[in-house]
Write a protein that binds this ligand. Structure first.
Ligand SMILES: [Zn+2]
Length: 271
């Protein structure tokens, strides 16, 4: 009995590892410090070599079945994004940056910025963007989306605070950039940090897509208003299981944070 279960496990594992990669691949990152640039180059060139075209959120959800496309996004708020503009240009990569509006350098107090980096568990370069630097990222052709104001767990937030966290944050970015903001990835990314009602709240207030950050949904059917993203860990080398098969790493900073937050506190639906 035990032996047949082991055999079944091996077969399932093998079939997963040898499955062709999905046509629609959405990966996300956080900060991109210089020491990780080479790993980032390797990752992006890997997908490009496999024939994937890098697309924006709209192209990603609207592309025809069978069209190989890669959606690359960055979450939270880091000056390292601005420092990496030359790297993205070198790779001819147009990415999407999902920004929290609370910690702008020059607008937020240093203690507020420090509390923000504590909240997202970021302990490397704890420097935020100026609004001018965000404008330069946008002017370089990248898409800017809203990741909420403060990066709170929206499921635990009183409904009265949602307009400030979501709608005012969207409006602030629109003021800074002078263009509509249409894409929202909810903080912490896992299912338990969001709900269908929150999704409807976002889509009914002008967001075209809502992204999650859940490992392992690469093969799930994409919807027109949502993007299933998988973390990619730049701290480790790219792993290839076989021809054209990429190994994702799930030990990403935010994923670990999800796990820790997930076990503490009782879930409460603000609606
Ligand atoms: Zn985040």
């Amino acid at each position: 009995m035990k032996r047949s279960i082991q055999q079944l496990n091996r077969t399932l594992h093998k079939s997963f590892l040898t499955r062709p990669v999905a046509d629609a691949v959405a990966i996300y990152f956080h900060s991109i410090e210089r020491r990780t640039w080479e790993s980032f180059r390797t990752c992006i060139r890997h997908w490009m070599d496999l024939g994937y075209r890098v697309v924006d959120p709209i192209e990603f959800v609207e592309a025809a079945d069978g069209e190989k496309r890669l959606f690359v996004s960055f979450d939270d708020h880091y000056r390292s994004w601005h420092s990496a503009l030359g790297l993205l240009e070198e790779l001819s990569l147009k990415a999407t940056f999902f920004v929290n509006t609370l910690p702008f350098r020059g607008l937020a107090e240093p203690e507020t910025i420090s509390e923000y980096f504590d909240r997202i568990d970021h302990h490397l370069e704890r420097v935020s963007l100026s609004t001018g630097e965000l404008c330069e990222i946008s002017a370089a052709g990248h898409t800017i989306g809203c990741h909420s104001h403060s990066h709170f767990n929206l499921q635990h937030l009183a409904p009265a605070r949602l307009p400030q966290e979501i709608l005012q944050s969207k409006a602030q970015l629109e003021d800074i950039l002078g263009q509509p903001i249409a894409h929202f990835p909810y903080p912490f990314g896992m299912r338990r940090f969001f709900s269908e009602r929150l999704r409807q709240y976002c889509t009914s207030h002008g967001f075209r897509t809502v992204s999650n950050a859940i490992p392992g949904l690469l093969y799930k059917q994409q919807r027109l208003d949502s993007i299933n993203r998988t973390p990619w860990n730049l701290g480790q080398d790219l792993i290839l299981f076989g021809p054209g098969i990429a190994g994702f790493q799930y030990s990403d900073n935010e994923t670990a944070l999800h796990r820790r937050r997930g076990v503490s506190g009782e879930r409460r639906d603000p609606w």
